[in-house]
Design a protein around this ligand. Sequence first.
Ligand SMILES: NC(=O)c1ccc[n+]([C@@H]2O[C@H](COP(=O)([O-])OP(=O)(O)OC[C@H]3O[C@@H](n4cnc5c(N)ncnc54)[C@H](O)[C@@H]3O)[C@@H](O)[C@H]2O)c1
Length: 449
Amino acid sequence: MRRSSESGSGLLGSPRRKSSPSRGHISEMLHALPHTSAGFRCLVIFLVCIILVYIASTSFGFSTKNSMGSMARSKVQDNEESGPDAMYHMRQRISTLEDELESLKHSLLATAGETKNFDDVKYRNEETRKRILVTGGAGFVGSHLVDKLMRDGHEVIALDNYFTGRRKNVEHWIGHPNFELVHHDVVMPYFVEVDQIYHLASPASPPHYMYNPVKTIKTNTLGTINMLGLAKRVKATVLLASTSEIYGDPEVHPQPETYWGHVNTIGPRSCYDEGKRVAESLMVAYNKQEKVNIRIARIFNTFGSRMHMNDGRVVSNFIIQAIQGKPITIYGNGEQTRSFQYVDDLVDGLIALMNSNYSMPVNLGNPEEYTIKQFAEVIRDLVESKSEIVMKDAVEDDPKQRKPNITVAAQKIGWKPKISMRDGLMKTIDYFRDEIQKNKKRSIRDDEI
Ligand SMILES: NC(=O)c1ccc[n+]([C@@H]2O[C@H](COP(=O)([O-])OP(=O)(O)OC[C@H]3O[C@@H](n4cnc5c(N)ncnc54)[C@H](O)[C@@H]3O)[C@@H](O)[C@H]2O)c1
């Protein structure tokens, strides 16, 4: 990679100089750095510092006792020389360092995004492009929402504390100029200028929200207050991802938004159910008192790719058990009902709600209703599995039936689900097959190590 100082182009495409680089040249080089990872920037700044120290040491005779490897050798060499020879060596060294920087730049950009193939992103001008914050943006639903908003040409900030979310879910956008990933916990205030906030941060599956019930309550109360405070300050519209769990074990079927629910305040699910109920109350209070523009989505069971493998939700449990040929376990007699929507439908519903002018709660779910036993059979058939279906003791406070009434969604935001449960399941089964395969390869590799 070494070239003479008289040939080729300089660092980051600037013309190579015959004399040592000036401060202006260094800062030009830094500004010329494209959108790269912070790590790469730090590396370049570090290397540029080395050049500057080197120039200073050779020009002013400073002693650099601890300088590294070749730098140290060259310093000794330079001290033994003087005049034109010393200048010649100095130029050579700078040229070599510039070459090394350039080669590092290319190898790092190749992995850090410059050559990444992003999905197509719609062009939007300043007037129609929005700055959007998605809390819980690295989670299952959040990451699909981020995908859709990004493709639609908006600037998106995905905020997550990675409790149940994964960087991997949004890594395909890292490096894109419209995208930012922020590691933050919504229990702590967060300040940013945005037009819209989708507030999704909260564990969503029973094992996750029961793992630390106090934190679940804090996330849904303090976290929601923080997002509402932010919305108030910057005049953003805020959408809360609420849940059908606020209906508890419902006595009204299907559940319309006017139903107040039937929740056990001290049961194992109460940290989540009551947390979301308070979150809804907070939304309405900020709307009335502080005139914050609010949207409340009551989300029913949703499934799709990027669901956690082991989060104990019915869809992932059944699919994984069927693929692995293990018994499919049903808790209770299997007669309890659920309705499942595919994640793409939910994302369309969330965006339609956000951009509507409707501030009352809206059910978002697929009204196709199945008993859990039927659901297990459908999955077994689609997977073409021979798994047997086994019943275990019912789980405490497990709702007996769930089915959304989606009349409000149809009338107020013009939304209804488009993807049938079977079509959604086929896509999800493919996803889990792939994940199981990858895990197998990983564990074989680990065994080999
Ligand atoms: N998936 C469903 O079936 C469903 C149903 C009803 C409601 N919801 C709601 O939708 C939202 C998203 O659910 P999901 O299924 O994608 O779950 P998920 O667990 O995949 O996503 C939640 C995300 O929030 C993050 N998070 C949790 N606590 C946080 C905190 N204190 N600060 C910052 N980030 C935090 C997690 O790390 C995760 O990335 C949740 O609010 C959930 O209550 C989901």
